[in-house]
Design a protein around this ligand. Sequence first.
Ligand SMILES: Nc1nc2c(ncn2[C@@H]2O[C@H](COP(=O)(O)OP(=O)(O)OP(=O)(O)O)[C@@H](O)[C@H]2O)c(=O)[nH]1
Ligand SMILES: [Mg+2]
Length: 304
Amino acid sequence: MSFFNNLKEGLFKSSKNLSEGISNIFTKTKPNDVLLNEIEDFMIQADFGVHVSQKFKSLLASKKFSEEELKKDNFYKIFSEEISKILKPLEKNIISNEATLQTIIICGVNGTGKTTTIGKLCKLFKENNKKVVIGAADTFRAAAIDQLKIWCDRNSTDMIQSEVGSDPASVAFKTIEYAKNNGKDICVIDTAGRLHNKKNLMEEFAKIIRVIKKIDPNAPQETWVVLDATTGQNAITQIEEFQKITSITGIIMTKLDGTAKGGILVAVADRFKIPIVAIGIGEKEHDLNQFVAEEYSQALIKDL
Ligand SMILES: Nc1nc2c(ncn2[C@@H]2O[C@H](COP(=O)(O)OP(=O)(O)OP(=O)(O)O)[C@@H](O)[C@H]2O)c(=O)[nH]1
Ligand SMILES: [Mg+2]
């Protein structure tokens, strides 16, 4: 299956909902201002956020597209081109070409898909001949460590762990130490899902960042936040809270296969201008795609 078909299939709900909704708007001829308002409302419902929706409406209004130009098929083209313009500058490669050890911390609130994403990353890194070690710094639950271990074993990837309840910062430290001593290219640290409004948990996250600098002053080279697309606009608050602790260098949005509202990625991109690394479109190990703006923009609204 081609990358594009895979993406389209993964984004099925999002694109079906968007395309159908837009299609319904275009069923009757109506004055352009009514049409534009309906498009704006629809985009807000699809989680593109107020700002992007209004901006798009103004653009359509200012360009004075003729009724002919605003026919459904042509609209799809205009729409995906504009969305792509927002997303394009934010494309970021999952695999970096840096020669030095890259430590990637994965953060995010409970259940967004952090551990699963790390599992998928293991596979991808391995396919790209990267030497990887994973740190199980979610020490709260034994199940969390076991879950990560399964993914690592499946991809013959080393994993550093400690007892349940031990200090996550110390696991992170040991993982980087191991990476340095064993010539690894990439070190990925899994962290516990934390409610972004729980102060002590956020402080603990800050501690991980502080402690790893003792072994590598430039670490973490990357801090990627994993967001669950089905939580909608709440993703905005989550980023704001994590950004108070450290600078977020990449976004991975998961569960885009399970939502009818793929617009949230565009809302987040427009608001924060944080690079987008990858998108999750399923629970299996191959369900992680490098983020490509144009393909995402097209898959979001293509005729099915
Ligand atoms: N449909 C779908 N499910 C996903 C995706 N990514 C993760 N999941 C599922 O989401 C659930 C939670 O995933 P985890 O990886 O355990 O999430 P987590 O962020 O590590 O959770 P905590 O460690 O408890 O905070 C699991 O059932 C995953 O299979 C995705 O892209 N699509
Ligand atoms: Mg987890």
